[in-house]
Design a protein. Structure first.
Lengths: 649, 144
């Protein structure tokens, strides 16, 4: 079975190479026969990659430790569910998984747009997809082969890192990969359009839909990664500006910029070169992010061992894609010229452009901070580090500007906004924001940044609510529908627009969670003997006692506590340390009570023979809203993407 | 207001390009210049006395047999850190130890060096199991 997988990836290299040649010739000569051959190569390649992936997963389930990768990341005791997730636990497997996701996307592309089979851009996009597949196939075949054998065969494997034995690990990496890899499709559409010089509406439509899809999945992946860190790492937070986290955020920011500026192109025929550049940049950044984390070039908690060959291949690929992409844009320069000019600073176009500048500024700042230590070491020879303080300082003002634009963008009119229009739309939200900040100051709540942030969020949410209220009132006046029915049909009739507003609302809600939880977090270290109580903020904690026990693959020590707030029992918290047998590494399981208003988060730090414990306690206000906002955002994105009813084939 | 002035302009456009370049320049300048306030140098154990009082980072390996806990149930820890050149420094850290911290693990500490006690007072301790992801193949083969 595993030999079949190995054979499949070797053979696929030939299939993809042949497919690319056929495609090139087919596009050159406009030959239907060769274009069809290329399409079939893409389909066959997907089948071969699926075979390889399934056979590696099979090897995990069958405990086939003759494969080095399987021996390194699993053991006989590993629960069956984690035999599947072990596929992406290490370098080689995650590279194969990447390829697998890409081939699924490629097939999805071929299938979704099958009606365009007679069109040339359909095939030139396929050619670009084959090119990207070729690169990852070369990686899997030559630089990080998942099918390397071990001889003699070890009786048992090394086991999976306990940190990765968490349900979020089953979803978070595939989500991130699906989001990352998904950016290949818009890139391929854009480059495909450039290759054949078909720069009309067609490519933008495809591009936009695929970008929204990948963008949403990437957002889910980032938020789930945060959730995993919050649940597993036990430091009370969810985002640490780690290079791997940054690597996933940067392309998301540039993709966000693209999704906005592409609207200007659709509406006004402007910014064509800019949009092409953004798509190219986003794709390059996903590859660069993979390079950063996979080649070990940047030190990180997530990073894999240093691999110079792999790193070199990635760099060569990035440079050649950048050169090819820039060359194509330059070649089609004439067709990409702007049809219009921006008429006023107070217009949606100008706001979108400003939003693009801020998003790219953010992407640049984060990339700069992430790469700075690496570049510094190369240039000066000594090592430095750049901590979270830099990222917070630089990005918070930019994120606040972005937040305000989230409210302004949907409300301001195209071309030119009049003064009366501005007053009507923004006086109420501005008043609401000022009142909020005023209340905070009046109550003397500490800090200035957090109230300012909350003020911005109130502004955004009231802008959006007003917009919904105004439009649905207008609709109910003209159609006679009830208020709720009018709102429903309003969203249904213009899904793209109102779905987008809901995405904005989700972003604001996530921002609220971030601002409040980071601004007003309470952290305290307490020592308790069994039966003793302690007070943290407005909560009373009673320590019931320590229990020791065994799991199939680990030993554990548990501390149990009762939490009471103002005489009302909130519930019981169990926090534990586990010692996994294979790795002998302790592992923290945090105790958590999660409510809408706050999270009560307890980590067992140390304990004595007599049963005394030291606990690290965090109260994180409104932290759940971070993920709640994520849910709203995804809902909005689904509304945007939902295919128009009645246009189904 | 800008609205009015742009209305009077003959081609009805505004010079947004200049503003964008300006904004990009400002953001870029702020980012690049502010990094020097936040960069933290890595210092080797031998150079620490020269950097006493300054906030620095030291990277190395936790020495075997050098880990002392302040007392049972307490979370303070003192240990010897061997840096990449092989020099050793005593580190004291108060706070919750990361799970990966143990003898032989790779560790990074952040804090200040106290020349009088010849001890490094760490406010941040990061640890990484030496074989965190790339679980050594050698160990797998040896087992057989």
């Amino acid at each position: 079975m595993t030999y079949l997988g190995e054979w499949a990836i070797r053979f696929d290299l030939a299939v993809v190479s042949a497919g690319m040649l056929a495609g090139l010739y087919g596009i050159w000569k406009r030959s239907e026969f060769f274009l069809e051959a290329q399409r079939r190569a893409l389909v066959l390649s997907a089948a071969l990659i699926a075979t390889a992936t399934i056979s590696l997963v099979w090897a995990f389930f069958a405990h086939d430790f003759s494969i080095r990768y399987v021996a390194s990341y699993s053991s006989r005791q590993l629960p069956l569910g984690y035999c599947l997730t072990a596929l992406w636990a290490g370098q080689e497997g995650s590279q194969l998984f990447w390829l697998f996701v890409l081939s699924v996307y490629s097939s999805a592309y071929l299938w979704v747009h099958r009606a365009d089979r007679g069109d040339l851009p359909y095939h030139s996009t396929g050619l670009v997809l084959l090119g990207v597949q070729h690169f990852f196939l070369s990686i899997v075949n030559f630089a990080s082969d998942p099918f390397v054998r071990l001889w003699p065969v070890p009786p048992d494997g090394n086991g999976l890192n306990p940190l990765l034995q968490h349900p979020a690990m089953a979803i978070h990496p595939p989500m991130l990969y699906t989001g990352f890899v998904g950016m290949t499709i818009p890139f391929a559409c854009a480059m495909g359009a450039l290759i054949v010089g078909r720069l009309d509406e067609g490519w933008i439509k495809k591009c936009r839909v695929w970008t929204i899809f990948s963008w949403t999945i990437l957002a889910i992946g980032i938020l789930l990664g945060g959730r995993w860190a919050y649940d597993e790492l036990g430091w009370g937070g969810y985002w640490a500006w780690d290079p791997v986290e940054n690597a996933s955020l940067i392309p998301w920011l540039t993709a966000t910029a693209f999704l906005h500026s592409v609207m200007i192109q659709e509406r006004r025929g402007m910014l064509k070169i800019w949009n092409m550049t953004l798509i190219l940049l986003t794709f390059l950044l996903t590859i660069f992010g993979t390079y950063m984390t996979r080649s070990g070039v940047v030190a990180s908690v997530h990073s894999f061992a240093r691999q110079p060959v792999l790193g070199g291949m990635f760099l060569a690929f990035i440079v050649s894609v950048a050169a090819l992409g820039a060359g194509l844009i330059g070649w089609r320069y004439r067709a990409l010229r702007s049809e219009n000019r921006i008429e006023s600073y107070l217009s949606r176009e100008a706001v979108f452009l400003f939003n693009n500048v801020v998003l790219l500024g953010l992407a640049f700042a984060i990339l700069f901070g992430t790469m700075f230590p690496t570049v510094y070491e190369m240039v000066k020879g000594s090592r430095i580090s750049v901590g979270p303080a830099f990222f917070n300082k630089v990005t918070i003002p930019l994120f606040l500007i972005l937040l305000v634009l989230t409210g302004v963008g949907p409300t301001i009119s195209w071309r030119k906004a009049t003064a009366s229009h501005l007053i009507r739309n923004f006086s109420l939200p501005i008043a609401a924001a000022l009142v909020t900040i005023g209340i905070f100051e009046f109550w003397g709540i500490r800090g200035l940044k957090a109230p300012a942030g909350i003020g911005c969020i109130v502004f955004v949410l009231s802008c959006l609510i007003l917009e919904f209220a105004r439009d649905s009132r207008a609709r109910s006046a003209s159609t006679g529908e009830g208020a709720l029915a009018a709102l429903g049909s309003l969203i249904g009739k213009n899904r793209r627009r109102y779905g987008g507003y809901i995405v904005h609302a989700g972003f604001a809600i996530t921002a609220l969670g971030i601002v409040v939880s980071s601004g007003y977090q309470i952290q305290q270290e307490i020592r308790l003997s069994p039966g003793q109580s302690a007070r943290v903020d407005r909560f009373d904690l009673r320590f019931l006692g320590l229990t020791e026990g065994r799991l199939p693959n680990a030993e554990f020590v548990q501390a149990t506590l009762d939490v009471v707030s103002g005489g009302v029992p909130l519930g019981r918290i169990v926090t534990e340390k586990r010692l996994y047998e294979k790795t002998e590494q302790p592992h923290t399981e945090t105790g958590l009570i999660s409510r809408l208003g706050y999270d009560f988060y307890v980590v067992l730090a140390a304990w004595t023979e007599s049963g005394e414990v030291t606990l690290q306690v965090y109260v994180n206000p409104m932290v759940t809203w971070v993920w709640l906002g994520g849910g709203v955002l995804v809902m909005g994105a689904i509304i945007c993407l939902w295919p128009p009813i009645g246009k189904h084939k | 207001m800008d609205v009015d002035s742009s209305e009077r302009r003959p081609r009805g456009g505004i010079r947004i390009g200049i503003w964008i370049i300006l904004a990009v320049g400002v953001i870029g300048y702020l980012v690049v210049t502010s990094i020097s306030d936040f960069q933290l140098p890595y210092v080797s154990a031998a150079d620490l006395p020269g950097a006493s009082g300054r906030f620095v980072r030291v990277a190395g390996k936790v020495a075997m047999g050098g880990v002392e806990l302040d007392g049972p149930g307490d979370i303070s820890v003192t240990f010897a850190l061997i840096d990449e050149q092989g020099d050793t420094v005593r580190v004291e850290y108060r706070g919750v130890r990361p799970d990966a911290f143990r003898e032989g693990a790779q560790a990074v500490v952040e804090g200040t060096f106290d020349p009088s006690s010849r001890q490094f007072n760490a406010v941040l301790l990061q640890a990484k199991c030496p074989s965190k992801y790339e679980v050594g193949v050698a160990t797998a083969t040896q087992k057989s």
